[in-house]
Design a protein around this ligand. Structure first.
Ligand code: 4AD
Ligand code: MG
Length: 463
């Protein structure tokens, strides 16, 4: 039976026979003995296989090179060497798959840009192994958090005819022959002939359908891919990213902020409690402040700050000589430099910003009595900027309809959504966490392309 590397490394059954399988990270040695560093993905750590050339001929393991896949059978022994407690003294080695000297991961220290070009192989590096194990653990933490609270995992469609955020950043879905349409330029496209009989796109958010779930089941969350055709070539934007969207009936703004804060702290603590080996590696190799920052966020109370007060702080900073690239004034959409000033320099902790001008937020947010602001609750994080976008939802049919008309949102597509307000409307609230933004935070990685296995960005849909 196969023993995983993680199990072998924590075993104290010295003298027992083990079978281990995995990929060769490095091979070194001299003419008497060979040392193979074996990794099978179960941990960041490698298992050392010791080959005594008196027992196994050097010639018979000539194919045991970096990148090759092998099966080793041998005796688990306490290691004399530094850096590991356990090793395997090999009795036999079988090569499952060779890797010749064209294997692109020969040497260590490749740039992230280079590794993106070989994203099909980069999971075999230490860094991406750590990131991908953390990614799994974060997904598991998220399901655990909501399940323990009694929220139901609710599946919302990926193909949709509505634009939740109203930003027009949708990828169209069609089975029409685009070549023929192009030839008939100038003519209107006849969508009745398209697959769904009307224009459809990939969803930018599951929220609207999530609200249908919450106003029946009480509390739901979604966790799925979302798509945005925004041409933002930044280290924080993907065209395809995963979003977690809880939606809760009878929740008000304070409870929503409590939930946002409790949720991200739970995820960060989960990483510290369950992924320490990987975090230690990332702390050492990628970001020396990582573990300290994670602990700080897990223990700090987030600052809750109305937008209007935030603008005052930023305006004062400008008066005192702070230079921003983009202007600050009441009504402006905060740029990431503004968010980061508040979080990293002014308050030095995460900020939940509330009550934004309605003009810069989506149509569904609950309107305040001042007629100017809405009950948004975004969470701003060090290094990342916006990690969560959330709000209380407008539950009044009339106010919601007025806003929809004001913004010229096509009404015929929205009747099913308005029915939540027409029949048994209730106060409710929810938020969306960008999964890869959370991953950036917990891994210390600098670019969002490096926390998802196969990133989709403008001009890039490889693999
Ligand atoms: O702020 P957003 O656009 O909010 C919504 O979509 C709401 N419907 C959520 C809700 O209330 N249910 O997006 C939510 C979060 C952002 O805070 C950010 O973390 C992430 O999604 N996000 C992106 N992540 C990666 N790449 C992009 N292009 C992203 N756009 C948004
Ligand atoms: Mg947002």
């Amino acid at each position: 039976m196969r023993t995983k590397v993680i199990e072998a490394l924590s075993s104290t059954s010295y003298g027992s026979k083990v079978t281990v399988k995995g990929w060769v990270r490095t091979r070194r040695g001299n003419k008497n003995v060979g040392f193979i560093a074996l990794n099978d993905g179960s941990t960041i750590k490698n298992l050392q296989i010791v080959v005594d050339f008196a027992k196994i001929s050097e010639e018979s393991i000539k194919d045991v090179t970096t990148g090759a896949c092998i099966c080793a059978i041998g005796t688990l022994t306490q290691s004399q060497g530094a850096g590991q407690s356990v090793e395997v003294q090999a009795d036999s080695i079988e090569v499952y798959g060779t890797a010749d000297d064209t294997y692109p991961l020969q040497k260590k220290g490749h740039t992230m840009e280079y590794l993106r070009q070989i994203a099909h192989l980069r999971p075999r590096t230490n860094t991406f192994g750590a990131v991908l194990r953390l990614r799994h653990n974060m997904a598991y933490a998220i399901h655990t958090f909501f399940h323990n609270k009694g929220y139901y995992y609710f599946h919302t469609p990926l193909i949709t005819a509505s634009d939740c955020e109203g930003a027009g950043q949708m990828f169209q879905v069609t089975t029409l022959d685009l070549n023929r349409i192009a030839k008939g330029e100038g003519k209107e496209v006849d969508y009745s002939k398209d697959f769904f009989g009307k224009p459809t796109s990939l969803t930018v958010s599951g929220q609207l359908e999530g609200e249908l779930g919450a106003t029946a089941l009480g509390a739901i969350y979604t966790f799925g891919p979302t798509f945005r055709a925004e041409n933002s070539n930044t280290p924080r934007h993907l065209a395809e990213f995963w979003m977690i969207e809880p939606e809760i009936a009878f929740m008000d703004k304070d409870e929503l902020m409590d939930l946002e804060e409790e949720f991200v702290k739970f995820c960060v603590k989960w990483a510290l409690d369950n992924c320490y080996d990987d975090l230690e590696f990332l702390n050492q190799m990628i970001d020396k402040g990582l573990i300290e920052r994670l602990k700080a966020v897990a223990d700090t109370q987030f600052m809750r700050l109305p937008y209007t007060e935030g603008i005052k702080i930023l305006e004062d900073a400008v008066k005192n000589g702070k230079k921003f690239e983009y202007p600050v004034y009441w009504g402006c959409d905060l740029a990431s430099e503004h968010e980061r000033y508040l979080v990293e320099e002014h308050f030095r902790r995460p900020v939940i910003m509330t009550d934004y001008p309605k003009e810069i937020k989506a149509f569904y947010m609950k309107q305040n009595a001042d007629g100017k602001t809405v009950q948004g609750t975004d969470v701003l994080f060090p290094q990342i900027g916006e990690i969560i976008g959330g709000s209380v939802r407008e539950e009044s049919y009339d106010k919601l309809l007025a806003r929809i008309e004001e913004l010229h949102i096509p009404m015929k597509d929205m009747t099913w959504y308005l029915d939540t307000r027409k029949y048994g409307s209730c106060p409710h609230a929810g938020f969306g966490l960008g999964f890869e933004r959370l991953m950036l935070f917990v891994t210390g990685m600098q670019n969002i392309r490096d926390v998802i296995p196969f990133p989709r960005t403008p001009n890039n849909a490889e693999f």
